[in-house]
Design a protein around this ligand. Structure first.
Ligand SMILES: Cc1ncc(COP(=O)(O)O)c(C=O)c1O
Length: 400
């Protein structure tokens, strides 16, 4: 008998865990995923923090088809003038302050992290890097070097030299920034650490210290960008600007992308001594850029960001249970904290059985992720809350 897809997946695809979810999804429409048996799941994670317009957005699909008709890949990044790239860079920089006026497009978030580190070293002539404990910036070698957790580092040493860690939201920790520091990389909303927003005082002192020591401040908004916090970029809540901004995930509107945004002056260092200081074959793929541009235009046309705060409140108001210790996060990046990993896994499993997809966090394994498409409706928020509460009750009993 021929193996089915699930067996083939286990047989021939590299596994990343010993307990994969194994849902076999055959289509995705709006805010729902549909499995091979026709069962519908409300999507509370948007794969992770990617599908902010929901699934199957018509304008994005049209842009992809239109670009495929014109041309797909033609040349490595940075040589030919390709209108999807130029239009996307123009649009993106029009949404950002004037100091962030040059974009380098890549294929993934981790790649954007790597490029940002290279840029910081090149611009400052220094090599020491500071990252925050329990932050995630990707899984490539350089990005992994920024992962503070011994469990992840020990298997892959030696990693990038000169990396040290500060405590997120800890002002004393900023003393680690010295004249030898090339850059500090920080998530404005710590993602895999369980959706913890940065304190304004922390970010403003961080900015000041970076200025004092001539080191670059990198904001990783790969997860928090594109409207999820109620602003297009989370740093807008703080009015503090980075020297380098990293984007990815939702920027591609469902297609793979990463982007480093900085000033034209800094970015120009990749073009000389050596020439081709960073190159990529597929970064800025025309079809991906066409999708991303249509995605930004849809996000603005549908005015989805305006609704985010109201939707956040609806989630917060409709999850009353004594087993919930707190709900962290901002906008539609929320993390429901329970008591243990074991119980969190059980709740997630019951939620999936009830038709709701959620997940835990890499560095916050007792938290349930709420990062739905921004298109989620009020009725769907009520439904998601109901299913989640039912799952929590199955594990902890009814709240008294
Ligand atoms: C904040 C942050 N940075 C970087 C990355 C890495 O992005 P990618 O998985 O596209 O390499 C992620 C992915 O989860 C992320 O959340």
């Amino acid at each position: 008998m021929k193996p089915n897809n699930r067996q083939l997946f286990l047989l021939h695809q590299a596994q990343t865990s010993e307990f994969p979810l194994l849902l076999e999804i055959v289509s995705a429409q709006g805010n729902y995923l549909i499995d091979v048996a026709g069962k519908k799941y409300l999507d509370l994670i948007s794969g992770i923090s990617v599908s902010h317009l929901g699934h199957g957005n018509e304008a994005v699909k049209r842009a992809v088809m239109h670009q495929m008709d014109a041309h797909m890949h033609v040349m490595v990044y940075g040589e030919f003038v390709q209108s999807p790239q130029t239009k996307l860079a123009e649009k993106l920089t029009s949404l950002l302050p004037p100091t962030l006026d040059a974009v380098y497009f890549l294929n993934s978030g981790a790649e954007a992290t790597d490029v940002a580190l290279k840029l910081a070293k090149r611009v400052t002539g220094k090599f020491e890097i500071l990252a925050c404990k329990k932050s995630y910036h990707g899984s490539t070698h350089a990005a992994l070097s920024l992962n503070s957790e011994e469990e992840y580092q020990q298997a892959y040493r030696p990693l990038l030299p000169g990396v040290d860690f500060i405590e997120f939201n800890n002002l004393d920790s900023l003393a680690l920034i010295t004249h030898k520091t090339a850059c500090v990389i920080v998530e404005v909303i710590r993602g895999e650490g369980g959706y913890i927003p940065a304190d304004i005082e922390f970010l403003s002192q961080l900015r000041e210290k970076c200025n004092q020591h001539c080191c670059l401040l990198i904001f990783d908004e790969i997860q928090s960008g594109m409207g999820k916090t109620g602003k297009m970029f989370a740093f807008e809540h703080y009015s503090i600007l980075p020297d380098i901004l990293l984007l990815g995930k939702a920027l591609g509107a469902g297609m793979p992308i990463g982007a480093v945004v900085s000033s034209k002056a800094m970015m120009s260092s990749f073009s000389h001594h050596p020439i081709l200081g960073h190159i990529t074959t597929f970064g800025g793929h025309p079809v991906v850029c066409a999708a991303a541009l249509a995605g930004i235009e849809e996000l603005l046309r549908l005015d989805l960001i305006k609704e985010v705060a109201k939707k956040e409140m609806l989630f917060r108001e409709n999850l009353p249970h004594q087993a919930i210790q707190k709900i962290d996060g901002m906008g539609l990046m929320l993390a429901v904290q329970l008591d243990s990993f074991e119980n969190t896994i059980k709740v997630i499993q019951y939620a999936i059985e009830g038709g709701l997809i959620s997940d835990w966090f890499l560095f916050a394994t007792n938290k349930i992720r709420i990062s739905p498409p921004l298109t989620i409706t009020e009725d769907e928020i009520m439904l998601a809350s109901k299913i989640l509460l039912m799952a929590i009750e199955k594990v902890y009993g009814v709240s008294v």
